[in-house]
Structure formats: C-alpha cells, structure tokens
Write a protein that binds this ligand. Structure first.
Ligand code: ISE
Length: 339
C-alpha cells in the first residue's frame, strides 16, 4: 500500500449510511477523498461516482481494494457482508473504519479479531459513533474524573420514531441496544457479564410480530446495573438519553435542549427525526478522527475487541430475550493487542 497525502477512501456499500459517509468525506471533513465506491447495485455506485472527481465505481470489493488509489476502506455494507470485506482489507493491510456491527455474531467477529491478531497490529476502528458524540464525551470525562464518585447505575432510553418493515425482534438488541452495550462498556471501563430482557405489553403501533418496547437490564463485572428502554416505534421522533447515577451525584445527557420556544400558551423545542440527524456531529467527528489517525499511521477508537465484546453481549441479549431468562455473557480472555 502506498499512502497518498490525501487519503483515498473506498466506501463499500452505498445505502443510507454509506451514501451519507460519501457526502461527509467529500463535503465535510478534511484529509480524505472518496476514490472508490462499491455496491452490488452498479447503477447506484456509478450514480455516486459520477458526481465525484477521480472516483471509480465497482461492484466487487476485491477489485476496489486492490486499486492503487485506495489507501483505506470504510465498510458500510449490510452486516453479513462485513467479514469478507474486512478479510480482503487485511490482505492488503488497509486501515478500515467498519460500521457497526463489526459482523453479525460473536463467532464471525472472533474470526475477524483472530485475523487481525495474525496481522500483528490493529487495522480496524469500529463504527460505535456514540463515543464521538459531544455529550457522551462529556459524560465519559466526568465519570473518569471521579468527581461524582463511583457509578452505580446507568439508565438509558433509546427511542426510534419507527423502523423498516424487515426489523425483527432480535434487531432491537443487535441493531439498536448494541449501542448502549458498547457505550456502557466504554463509559464504565467494565465488561458486561449478564443480560435480562423484560417485555411490557406491545404498543399498538408496533408491527405485527414485534414486541416493542422492551426493557434490557445488564450487569457489569464491576457491579454496575445498566438498563435500557428500547422503543423502536415511539412515533414522536428519535431520542437517545443516558443518566449515570453515582455515589455523589447524577449526570444526564441527551435532553437535546436546543432552542426553547414559548408561543401560543405552550413551550418546547424540536426532536430529531432519526439518528443521521441526531448524531450528525458524532459521525463527522468519528470519520475525521479515523482519517487523522490513519494519516498519522495510527489506529484509534473502538477496536475489534470492542466489536467482539459487543457481539458477545448481543448474543446473551438475544438468548435472554427469546427464553425469558438471565443470560450470562461468554467472553474469551482479552488478547494483549487490545489491552
Ligand atoms: C440503527 O442501525 C442505528 O445504528 C441507530 O443508531 C439506532 O438508533 C437504530 O435503532 C438502529 O436501527
């Protein structure tokens, strides 16, 4: 790999997130350009590439990753396609930013982690973008400062206005609560050791077959309780909130207090429509940090270990959800590369 002064990025998968990242790299952040777009839909890839100077459209990730003008890869294809793309990136020793989930289950994530271990150095930053949100970052530094004493509980609310028709019950865990699983591990610096899932009666707004909302309770190996209300069809907007309860105080984020308007006998503000809007700055910061670190020859941010640990917690979560029991998380010992 020859790295150019401006990082040439191949974006693999140009659906909603992929197309948004193409826009971000082209128009928002510095130090990188999109030199390749890859999609099984040739027309969609060509449509995007045609609007960008020096960008080539591919349908085969292998061909794109072998190209001379590709220095790094951003993987935003559907989860089941990630493993093959990651292994191809490793063959070329290319730096990768991979959207969550790293892969859809713990066994395949472990295969990716082992392949990175064989390379002998980190190559992957996983797209857990909550870690780049300004409010999450403030909460993390407050907890790390010790000012509030030890954290005891972390309450979370994760609400989507609605979800696509193919959204399944296990996706409440794998696709949505996975963010809180990672955020809790990161905020607390602890691993999650067990998961329980409770279900109230389903909302009449939930599609048939989807028991929505659900209440997920996680225990950490440091004795903290983490709860998450996941409500995927709340209708009113997109809301992600977290409150840490500590020995000497509490701290809450995600109230989204932008402008408050008083008018016609009411007061209030607006609620984001979806995660692309709510977390736009976090995504920008995430991709900029990846580009900056890559240009410095470093790999920072959530690692394959974080991707694997989140996948293992998801697996316990899905078991707890299906069987109505408390499921323990099964983790391998953390390899030295990720300590
Ligand atoms: C989606 O995939 C995301 O990553 C969003 O952040 C989350 O809020 C949503 O529930 C997921 O489906």
């Amino acid at each position: 790999m020859t790295q150019h002064a401006t990082l040439g990025v191949a974006v693999v998968g140009t659906g909603r997130m992929g197309a948004d990242h193409v826009r971000r790299i082209t128009d928002v952040i510095s130090g990188a350009r999109v030199s390749a777009v890859v999609d099984i839909d040739a027309g969609r890839a060509k449509g995007l590439a045609d609007g960008i100077d020096g960008c080539t459209a591919y349908t085969d990730p292998g061909a794109a990753l072998a190209a001379d003008d590709v220095d790094a890869v951003l993987i935003a294809s559907p989860g089941p396609a990630h493993e093959a793309a990651l292994l191809t990136a490793f063959e070329h020793d290319l730096p990768v930013l991979c959207e969550k989930p790293l892969t859809p289950d713990a066994a395949s994530t472990l295969r990716v982690l082992e392949a990175e271990l064989r390379l002998g150095h980190r190559r992957v930053q996983v797209g857990f973008m909550r870690r780049y949100d300004a409010e999450y970052l403030k909460l993390k530094s407050l907890l790390d400062s010790g000012e509030l004493g030890r954290p005891l509980m972390l309450h979370n609310r994760h609400r989507n206005a609605d979800v696509l028709p193919y959204f399944t019950e296990r996706m409440l865990i794998n696709d949505s609560v996975v963010h809180e699983m990672d955020a809790a591990r990161w905020l607390l610096g602890q691993e999650i050791s067990a998961v329980t899932v409770l279900k109230p009666r389903p909302s009449g707004n939930a599609p048939a077959g989807l028991s929505d909302p659900q209440f997920v309770v996680m225990e950490t190996d440091g004795g903290v309780l983490v709860d998450v209300e996941i409500y995927a069809n709340c209708r009113f907007g997109y809301q992600v909130q977290a409150e840490a309860v500590c020995e000497n105080g509490t701290a809450r984020i995600g109230e989204a207090h932008g402008m408050l308007v008083n008018s016609a006998g009411r007061w209030g503000g607006s609620i984001a429509r979806d995660f692309v809007e709510r977390f736009v700055e976090a995504y920008d910061r995430e991709v900029q940090c990846w580009v900056d670190a890559t240009l410095r020859g470093e790999v920072t941010g959530p690692s394959c270990w974080d991707g694997y640990a989140a996948a293992a917690v998801c697996e316990a979560g899905v078991r707890a959800q299906a069987e109505g029991l408390r499921a323990e998380v099964d983790l391998i010992e953390r390899p030295a590369l990720y300590r």
